[in-house]
Design a protein around this ligand. Structure first.
Ligand code: ATP
Length: 457
């Protein structure tokens, strides 16, 4: 299905986030959190449509990275776990950002590595010396507030896969290569959250630890970078907005041999920003996984697989594609947004989200042309009941079909099915395509198959 504008139509893409933020609020995608209390800085709640969108991103990721592969298992590890995990992984000692603060009027805080200035960009005041700031959120387990009971909210999903490596390999009888995937919340006490849901304190990640024979990791790394790039393009992201960024050797994290970010051209800041990072986390001894090695040392448990041919245990190397679910949802919205001029003289402009059908909150809207004819409404209602057994479908009615279509365009519904007066005679309905706005007549009895063919992703 086409996700681009009809040929010849003038189009307007986003040049900042304000229109999208307004649409997200107006149409129930994303709300400022605790708005009745004036909100909470840079924190957002996902409304009905945002929740569906997020679920669809998650489903598409599971479908392509787990369901349609033979070699990846999905897990769901506890958020609050043994603090030793975060000591062994290096997070307690090293999950730091360099913080500088304005010593002038505004007292704003900045990440030293994200500003290129000696004075406060806001008020021009002097800046403090950088100091390291651990961005893990701390909490306590049990009623006593002391150092013994400190626990951490996870800043990434990866450690859940490393500590369960042996459990998964044994129970699922896995040999190398195989991956463990997980989607869950992560928390970072970010110094500079912002740009809507691009960088928030609480977000969701979709990560895979893909364990391979040491020595094959470089090739697997290349494969995963390509596979992950293809995933975004396959879901409609325009190629000109995507590029790769290779981290220089001297800037690599302590566990990484090589890292490439898939970047997207966002309508804020300098434009290019990280969408997903793919890291070769094989900086352990003999080119094995740095994290498995650390957890072996720290727990005393063996985290390797027995190789029958070599008659020895092998600690695998590992490649990690780490994506942000909430950041991806934002990216899909940005890329899909268009203000399309349909008639310049009449100033007729429609806002449309060209979301890939797999991601669209509703796949179909069923519309009776009038509310005032019971037979017609009943027919529409029956069709709606039948279609929603299969897909997330919405029902809308009221006067002015044009207005109703525009409402669905704005939330990205790929198809509108209209039951009109003629439908009662000829048992056919009109199906309108969101992107081309083309309309076709389809027998009611064939609507489900017609949609099935087009919603096959
Ligand atoms: P950044 O450089 O943007 O701080 P990072 O390199 O620390 O990100 P990773 O640790 O590689 O990020 O996390 C993997 C993915 O998780 C990122 O590519 C991004 O999509 C997402 N992510 C990371 N931090 C946040 C956040 N604070 N809010 C939303 N998504 C995030």
């Amino acid at each position: 299905m086409a996700t681009s504008a009809p040929a010849g139509a003038a189009s307007g893409r986003l040049d900042d986030l304000s229109k999208l933020v307004a649409l997200c609020k107006r149409r129930g995608f994303i709300f400022p959190s605790a708005e009745i209390y004036g909100g909470f800085a840079n924190t957002y709640d996902y409304g009905p449509l945002g929740t569906l969108l997020k679920n669809n991103v998650r489903d598409a990721w599971v479908r392509d990275n787990v369901q349609r592969r033979d070699d990846v298992e999905l897990i769901d590890a506890a958020l609050i776990t043994a603090p030793k995990v975060w000591v062994a992984s290096g997070h307690v000692a090293q999950f730091n950002d360099p913080l500088v603060q304005c010593l002038g009027e505004c007292k704003n805080r900045y990440r030293a590595d994200q500003i290129d200035a000696t004075q406060c960009p806001n008020c021009g005041g002097p800046l403090s010396e950088p100091r390291m700031f651990n961005t893990m959120f701390k909490t306590q387990v049990g009623p006593v507030e002391d150092a013994e009971n400190v626990a951490y909210l996870p800043p990434e999903t990866a450690q859940g896969m490393f500590v369960n490596f042996a459990n998964v390999a044994t129970t699922m009888r896995r040999k190398l290569p195989f991956g463990i995937a997980q989607i869950r919340k992560s928390f970072r006490n970010e110094i500079t959250p912002g740009n809507f849901v691009f960088r928030t304190l609480e977000f969701e990640q979709m990560e895979i630890e893909y364990f391979v024979e040491p020595g094959t990791d470089e090739q697997w790394f290349e494969e995963w970078v390509s596979a992950r790039e293809r995933w975004y393009l396959g879901l409609g992201i325009r190629p000109e907005n995507v590029r790769r960024y290779e981290h220089p050797q001297e800037a690599l994290a302590h566990y990484s041999k090589r890292t490439i970010d898939i970047e997207y051209h966002f309508p804020f800041g300098d434009g290019w920003g990280e969408l997903e990072g793919i890291a070769n986390r094989s900086k352990g001894p003999d080119g094995s996984s740095w994290d498995l090695w650390q957890h072996e040392q720290s727990s005393g448990e063996r985290l390797s697989l027995y190789d029958e041919a070599r008659k020895q245990h092998v600690r695998p190397a590992v490649v990690e594609p780490a994506a942000g679910l909430t950041r991806a949802a934002l990216t899909f919205l940005i890329d899909a947004y268009e203000e399309q001029v349909l008639d310049a003289d009449k100033q007729d402009v429609r806002t449309v989200l060209h979301l890939h059908p797999a991601l669209a909150p509703y796949k179909v809207c069923v519309l009776p042309l009038t509310r005032n004819k019971p037979d017609l409404v009943r027919t529409a209602r029956e069709l709606y009941e039948s279609l929603r057994r299969r897909w997330m479908v919405t029902f809308d009615s009221g006067s002015g079909i044009g207005k109703l279509y525009r409402r669905q365009d704005e939330i990205g519904t790929p198809y509108c099915v209209t039951v009109d007066f003629q439908s009662l005679d000829d048992q056919q309905v009109t199906i309108r395509d969101r992107d081309s706005m083309d309309q076709v007549r389809v027998p009611i009895a064939e609507v489900r198959d017609w949609l099935d063919e087009r919603l096959d992703y």
